[in-house]
Design a protein around this ligand. Structure first.
Ligand code: CDP
Length: 208
């Protein structure tokens, strides 16, 4: 571990494995981890109870990120809707940028980390997988939590969310020109994590 900032940006579509990879990469290097999707999920969740999206974004507290129920498909959809609002995104930028520069290193995962939040990140990964593989993984995860939702519903929800996230005008989900693409469709989680760690090590040693 180092005291100087080292930022890892991990972007990609819904349920591509970003979360698991980010957590394990952060643990491996001793870096802090921020799941930026949780910020949008927390704002989205507050709008479901009638709150204004911008007010919710401005009033967000760390406690909001630890609430139950942020991983439901309803909240994911609300997150993607508030994430298309430029004022909401703007309200969340400073916190994310500050987190990225913390001493000791940071991993941030989301949709616009390598392009908008940390264009200067030391290592950038774009993690993806086929729509079917991603829907199957998310369906298993939700079923494991006892949610009654079909594979077809999960697939349709994700396709709609990916299209909204990639098509919005402000900070659309896109692979940064200097990001390494990791397609996890045919990888185990161990293989995907090992690949991510190897790519980051190449950046650290200047071999990339
Ligand atoms: O877990 P999953 O990949 O399905 O979603 P997430 O990372 O929790 O993100 C939820 C939603 O937040 C996404 O569909 C995006 O609309 C939004 N988001 C964003 O716009 N920018 C980010 N940096 C992270 C998430």
């Amino acid at each position: 571990m180092t005291d100087s900032p080292f930022t890892v940006a991990i972007d990609g579509p819904a349920a591509a494995g970003k979360g698991t990879i980010s957590k394990q990469v952060a643990a491996h290097f001793g870096f802090a981890h921020l799941d930026t999707g949780l910020l949008y999920r927390a704002v989205g969740a507050r709008t479901l109870t009638g709150e204004d999206a911008l007010q919710a974004a401005l009033a967000l507290t760390p406690d909001d990120l630890h609430r139950d129920g942020l991983r439901t498909p309803q909240v994911a959809d609300a997150a993607s809707q508030v994430a298309a609002m430029p004022a909401v995104r703007k309200a969340l930028v400073a916190f994310q940028k500050e987190f990225a520069r913390r001493p000791g290193g940071a991993v941030l995962d989301g949709r616009d980390i390598g392009t908008v939040i940390c264009p200067e990140a030391d290592a950038k990964l774009f993690v993806t997988a086929s729509a079917e593989v991603r829907a199957a993984r998310r369906h298993k995860e939700l079923a494991g939590k006892g949610l009654t939702v079909t594979y077809d519903e999960v697939l349709a929800d994700q396709l709609a969310r990916d299209a909204r996230d990639a098509g919005r005008a402000d900070a659309p989900m896109t692979q940064a020109a200097d990001a390494v693409l990791i397609d996890t469709s045919d990888m185990t989680i161990e293989q995907a994590v090992a690949r991510a760690i190897a790519e980051i090590e190449r950046r650290m040693t200047g071999d990339a």
